[in-house]
Design a protein around this ligand. Structure first.
Ligand code: 4NP
Length: 159
């Protein structure tokens, strides 16, 4: 099973989601069965490490993002991943624009797995530290929901 998180710059929200889901998969004993990656719609930050504010906020919860580097969404991602999960509706619209015909992957909003009223992870880039905490809270809840779904799909697949 392969999961790709998508935001605008791939330096704040989607690398945070990558780190948090990885940690939760590890705790759930599923890290061998699920591959996680993240990317950005835009190319401005390609090759850069996550925003230091995102890294520090994640570190306060025991999640280390320092090895991650930004990359841009590629056409091949629609073939490689089972889930392409957007942080907000603008990211989702960009995914739908680039999605090839007959792409079997699940392309949707990440927060649909959170069971919250919020549907979007707000862009924290131009805000303060509190925005990064809110991003983590939303991502934490959605990751738990996603793991439940993945667990069920893996169990169904098992002979
Ligand atoms: P992200 O945040 O999409 O969560 O990585 C942003 C990072 C950079 C920019 C916008 C959003 N930017 O405009 O450079």
């Amino acid at each position: 099973m392969r999961v790709l998180f998508v935001c605008l710059g791939n330096i704040c929200r989607s690398p945070t989601a990558e780190g948090v889901l990885r940690q939760q998969l590890q705790a759930a004993g599923l890290s061998e069965r699920v591959e996680v990656d993240s990317c950005g719609i835009g190319a401005w930050h390609v090759g850069k490490a996550p925003d230091p504010r995102a890294h520090e906020a994640a570190m306060r919860r025991g999640v280390n993002l320092s090895s991650l580097r930004a990359r841009q969404l590629a056409a091949d991602d629609f073939r490689r991943f089972d889930y392409l999960l957007a942080m907000d509706r603008a990211n989702l619209a960009a995914l739908h624009e680039q999605r090839p015909a007959q792409c079997p992957a699940h392309v949707g909003l990440f927060l649909d797995f959170a069971g919250h009223v919020e549907r979007e992870v707000p862009d924290p880039y131009y805000g303060g530290e509190q925005g990064f905490e809110e991003v983590l809270d939303l991502i934490d809840a959605a990751s738990r929901g996603l793991i439940e779904e993945i667990r069920q799909r893996l169990e169904v697949r098992r002979p």
